[in-house]
Design a binder for this molecule. Structure first.
Ligand code: TXA
Ligand code: MG
Length: 339
């Protein structure tokens, strides 16, 4: 099958929506990362997503909507705090886990009795979902285990020949996947995956916010996995990445003591000023790092990097999302350079 890249516009969106109605899978831009979209209610179509990605069947998909009224068909009940979150953060990079309705097939929810729901802010995604006439299930459009795609070309590289079309919506603004939360107790929120909507943002809705252990720790076999995606190796390039936790000076001292062939992944070149080392930059603010992270990981593969020392991002705000993804890309290898 030839994979077409559709320059986005109303007629391209109609063509893509027609493919969804025929039970096909389409690459879709969102403000976070590109998704692989299919009719969330159509088992056969959703099966094609799992096949194209090589995704384990127990890892559930997020269901995307263009209007809040679509929730009625997807969720069996809506936790009170979800209304507040929807009002504050939708359309936007927030996925909320709720009990699923019978209309959502088990394959979409990975066999769970809950479903993740998200209303993106990206106007192309919203118009496309509206034209599809159905909520669309969409995981990130990468091959399972690879860095998420933030451009149509990234999707093409992973999905060429596997899906009929990709809608080209340019580079994604946010760059890391949505914040995923579940609800517990009276008014509690549990953060399962950090994203652009930060812990600080969620605390404006309720002070009762718990950051799940899996966000910054490797879960051992005995720990309850609340979000199946957390247990898989993720976002990983082929290079062996080590996170170096320390300030610019400590980072520079650490790499100056290393031998052999390696690359540095730095905020900007001042981090390694005066050193004769190969490097890539991924930005000096958490927002830029989020936008550039996955592209940088893909570039490291393209240049054939084998060993990479990455400067540790700040862990506040969207920085926690950058750290969470980089930690998985580094298979949890962290060297601490603090005194
Ligand atoms: O920004 C995003 O969320 C992107 C774009 C395309 O919208 N999508 C995305 O989907 O990142 P995916 O499938 O790559 O990641 C979804 C994550 C997985 O870690 C999955 O385990 C978790 O959300 N998840 C989905 N449904 C869940 C559920 N019912 N319970 C717990 N975790 C769930
Ligand atoms: Mg993913």
């Amino acid at each position: 099958m030839d994979t077409k890249i559709l320059a986005c516009g109303e007629s391209a969106l109609k063509t893509a929506a027609q493919l969804i109605k025929q039970g096909e899978v389409v690459g879709m831009p969102t403000e976070t990362v590109y998704g692989l979209a299919a009719d969330a209610f159509n088992e056969e179509a959703v099966k094609k997503i799992f096949k194209a990605k090589g995704r384990p069947a127990d890892n559930p998909l997020i269901v995307h909507i263009y209007d809040v009224c679509q929730i009625q068909d997807i969720a069996a009940s809506i936790p009170p705090a979800a209304y507040k979150c929807a009002e504050k953060f939708w359309g936007g990079p927030l996925t909320m886990i709720m009990p699923k309705s019978d209309k959502i097939p088990d394959i979409t929810s990975g066999g769970l009795d809950t479903v993740g729901i998200r209303m993106p802010s990206n106007p192309i995604a919203r118009r496309f979902i509206q034209l599809c006439g159905t909520p669309v299930a969409a995981p990130s459009a990468n091959l399972s285990g690879s860095p998420s795609p933030t451009t149509a070309m990234h999707v093409f590289k992973d999905m060429n020949g596997k899906i009929p079309a990709i809608i080209d919506g340019g580079s994604c603004n946010v760059g890391v996947e949505s914040t995923v939360i579940s609800f517990e107790g009276e008014n509690g929120i549990r953060l399962l995956r950090p994203g652009f909507i930060s812990v600080e943002d969620l605390k404006e809705v309720t002070t009762n916010v718990t950051v799940d252990k899996g966000v910054v720790e490797k879960l051992d076999e005995n720990t309850l996995v609340r979000s199946p995606g957390m247990k898989y190796k993720h976002y990983a390039p082929k290079a062996e990445i080590t996170i170096v936790d320390g300030n610019a000076q400590q980072f520079a001292r650490f790499v100056s003591e290393q031998s052999g062939d390696f690359m540095c992944m730095v905020f900007d070149k001042s981090d390694i000023a005066g050193l004769d080392v190969k490097f890539v930059e991924y930005g000096s603010t958490s927002e830029i790092q989020a936008q550039k992270l996955f592209d940088t990981l893909r570039r490291l593969d393209e240049i054939g990097a084998k060993k990479v020392f990455a400067r540790c991002p700040d862990k506040n705000g969207v920085g926690l999302a950058v750290y969470n993804r980089l930690l998985r890309a580094a298979a949890f290898r962290v060297v601490k350079c603090h005194e």
